[in-house]
Design a binder for this molecule. Sequence first.
Ligand code: 2Q2
Length: 322
Amino acid sequence: FGKVLVCLIVFFGFNGCKPDTDQPEFLLRTALLVNEEHTWYKAFVYFGEILEERSKGRIKVEVYPSEQLAKEIEAIRLIQADVIDMTTTGSTLTNWFEVATFCELPFLMQDSTDMNRYINGPIGTLMEEEMINKSGLRSLGHFERGPRHLTSNRPIRHPDDLKGLIVRVPNVPSFVTLWKALGAKPTPMAFSEVFTSLQQGTIEAQENPFALVNNAGFAEVQKYLNLTGHVMSWVYPVVGEKQFQRLPPDLQKLFLEAAKDMQSYEHRLFLENEKKVQDQLKAKGMEFIEVDKDAFQEKCEEAIYNSLSPDMQIIYNQLKKE
Ligand code: 2Q2
């Protein structure tokens, strides 16, 4: 009986026994790695609200948190296959085109002034072109992130303390290079697997900005927040280029304007949130550890440079000079 019921639900669910008048003309499904409390999730929900309102219901957005719909790499592939429509991504795109490495290259950007110069300069333009041409994604602006720090269950003050430490990294080549050069054991893994892997001890550490450490509940399984600040970065909210081109010109215009508003909205939330999340992490028992940042930088800089192709080395040298 259970099976029959499921079949009936599936049948009527997909085919509908009466016309579904709520069905929008354009339904955009969004896969996010963060949960409902994170600024990226809130930003996409806001995007959905203003799009629905401004398009008079022609566009609707569904937002799925916590990699429930897809892990980051899968989300990119599913967008390319036209199965889902939007996500957030950044340096993971290095797996499609190399210049993406510059939105999250360790010890390159110093602050948000550098970041905005990159995003609005030739490197940002090149990245957005490559994104469309090599990965079929269109940038909808950018979300600035706080610096990434290492969390662990033993204090790390110097690269020497890292010996053999199993550190989870996202699927980003420069991160593997970085932690290898520093003496740790980097293990690429999807974000949604990190909490359980830390709990079970298959990995010992991970690195992310305060906001995401807090959001993912890592304070429950990690004692130390080592202030490595090894990389500043941003992510791009993105939509599939195919999906974007399917919108009529009036909706395309409206869509890009709403995306700008989403970016400003997220940025406001991000700024409000940065200090608050640090207090929350401390309240949850995390101990903040000062680290010898120069020692970290000196130990890995050459390896990172050498891992870049000659073309990327030229860009790197230019960015360093600016
Ligand atoms: O740790 C993570 O998975 C995220 O903070 C990633 O750094 C982020 O998704 C980048 O991989 C963006 O491409």
